[in-house]
Ligand binder design. Structure first.
Ligand code: TYD
Ligand code: MG
Length: 459
């Protein structure tokens, strides 16, 4: 190993900001008291660190782009349709994927299921755990199902030893559970610190690309909602998937936030059962489960999550405020957006909302950022304000602008098809989309231009 200079630096544990001296507040992410002292070995890059360029990568020589062979089997199905879609059609050989999420959400379970499915085929799998003992993993595996002999298990946290095993065993897929427990010997900082996480991910990246193994990394999310050393990890890996969902609800949503080999914003919906995670094929039906009948302030909106239409129930409760400043609260949607829509309603359709408290909730724990739910929020708020229940077979989508105009949204046809599939009879859509939606659909389409028109047509 080349002799390098050892230096003491401070890293922000939240965003990875590097500083020569300690600071109370991180200039990068504005987090307080997040700097931790770490010693790093400043070896000349690529010489001292095992893994960097030494994982068997070919010597530097350019190749002709058009002559690189692309085989269709470069995408390997995980055997879980929902996960395949989020990955963009399956696992890419030699890719590095980060699976993040709260502790206990089901990351290890999901990856163990993937391992099981892959080992049923011809693949050799290596599952490396730094958190659980072989017996504990075996207990979990027994709940999931039968594993073949091609599934290997290693309980180890020393990455140098892990790299040796990977080179010797030559598996096609490797799972690292979790990156926060792994360490490299030549970095003196504690496992889970920014410099360790950065170094170990770098080594794994080299292994993945050099040996053409697909690597999955599990990353725990801190309570602030970020993977420890988050930015550091996110830009290094090929794909970032976040596992989210209400811990109290049984379903989980796997969201792709970065994907070098496919589209992002795709989601996969799972349910946690006794035998591990099962796919939820009809997510809309699942989300609408337990809808109240003939209750005011409830409306169904059609949103898109990636390429997949999803129906969600929006609930609003508008009641008279006892205080000078009305209380507003939202769950699952943007707080400021709801305030803005209520201001639009007040100004454009003369509703006296300024003296009302309002609570808006997207049921099922989904977080929806898409503007297409605007019309749904507007309808729910007005329905609750007027205390008039809407037709339960009615759904809506459309963006609402500041002048109260209802604007077009993308992929209107898919939204209509999803609503029709679930037995909705009337759909309120932006006027511009109405013509397109009407084509060969059996559902009644009501095109609207503005919020005032919605009020006239619906109430
Ligand atoms: P786990 O995969 O260990 O979470 P993570 O790796 O993200 O920390 O998931 C653990 C939870 O899942 C735990 O609360 C038990 C539950 N679970 C089931 O409900 N059914 C199952 O078959 C398994 C394996 C776990
Ligand atoms: Mg785990």
């Amino acid at each position: 190993m080349a002799k390098g200079k050892t230096a003491t630096v401070f890293f922000c544990q939240n965003c990875g900001y590097e500083s020569a001296k300690w600071m109370g507040q991180c200039p990068g992410c504005r987090e307080w008291n997040s700097f931790v002292e770490e010693t790093v070995n400043r070896a000349p890059y690529g010489t001292g660190n095992p893994g960097k360029g030494s994982a068997g990568a070919a010597a530097a020589a350019p190749c002709v782009l058009s002559e690189i062979p692309v085989r269709s089997e470069d995408r390997i199905s995980t055997g879980i349709g929902e996960l395949d879609r989020v990955l963009g059609g399956g696992i890419v050989r030699g890719s590095l994927t980060l699976v993040g999420g709260d502790p206990g959400i089901g990351k290890s379970t999901l990856l163990l299921q993937v391992c099981r499915n892959l080992s049923e085929g011809t693949q050799k799998i290596l599952y490396i755990s730094g958190e659980e003992s072989p017996a504990q993993i075996k207990m979990r595996a027994d709940r999931i199902g039968h594993f073949t002999d091609r599934m290997l298990l290693l309980c180890e946290t020393n990455l140098d030893k892990i790299a040796e095993v990977i080179r010797a065993q030559k598996p096609q897929t490797v799972v690292i559970d979790s990156i926060q427990t792994m360490y490299c010997e030549n970095v003196s900082a504690a496992p889970g610190s920014v410099s360790q996480v950065r170094e170990t991910t770098g080594v794994l990246m080299q292994l993945a690309k050099g040996l053409d193994v697909s690597v999955f990394i599990v990353g725990h999310v801190t309570k602030e909602g970020t993977v420890a050393g988050p930015r550091v990890l996110e830009h290094m890996v090929d794909a970032v998937l976040y596992f989210e969902g209400d811990r109290h609800a049984s379903y989980r949503i796997l969201r792709g936030v970065k994907n070098r080999f496919g589209s992002t914003n795709e989601i996969g919906v799972f349910e946690m059962r006794e035998q591990g995670l099962t796919e939820v094929q009809n997510a809309s039906e699942y989300m609408l489960n337990g809808r109240p009948e003939n209750a005011s302030g409830s409306v169904v909106a059609c949103t898109m999550e990636g390429t997949r239409p999803l129906l969600v129930e929006i609930q609003a409760l508008v009641c008279h405020s006892n205080f000078g400043i009305p209380r507003r609260q939202t769950t699952g949607t943007d707080f400021n957006r709801v305030n803005l829509l209520m201001a639009v309603l007040e100004k454009r359709s003369g509703l006296q909302l300024a003296s009302c408290d309002a609570y808006v909730n997207i049921t099922g724990g989904m977080k929806i950022q898409e503007p297409a739910v605007d019309l749904g929020i507007v309808l729910a708020v007005v329905s609750s304000f007027k205390n008039r229940a809407l037709n339960p077979r009615l759904a809506a989508f459309g963006e609402v602008g500041l002048s109260g105009e209802v604007r077009a949204v993308s992929q209107a046809r898919q939204r209509v098809a999803e609503a029709e599939k679930l037995g909705f009879q009337t759909l309120i859509v932006p006027q511009v989309c109405a013509g397109d939606c009407q084509k060969n659909s059996g559902i009644e389409i009501v095109g609207v231009r503005s919020v005032q028109e919605v009020m006239e047509r619906v109430f």
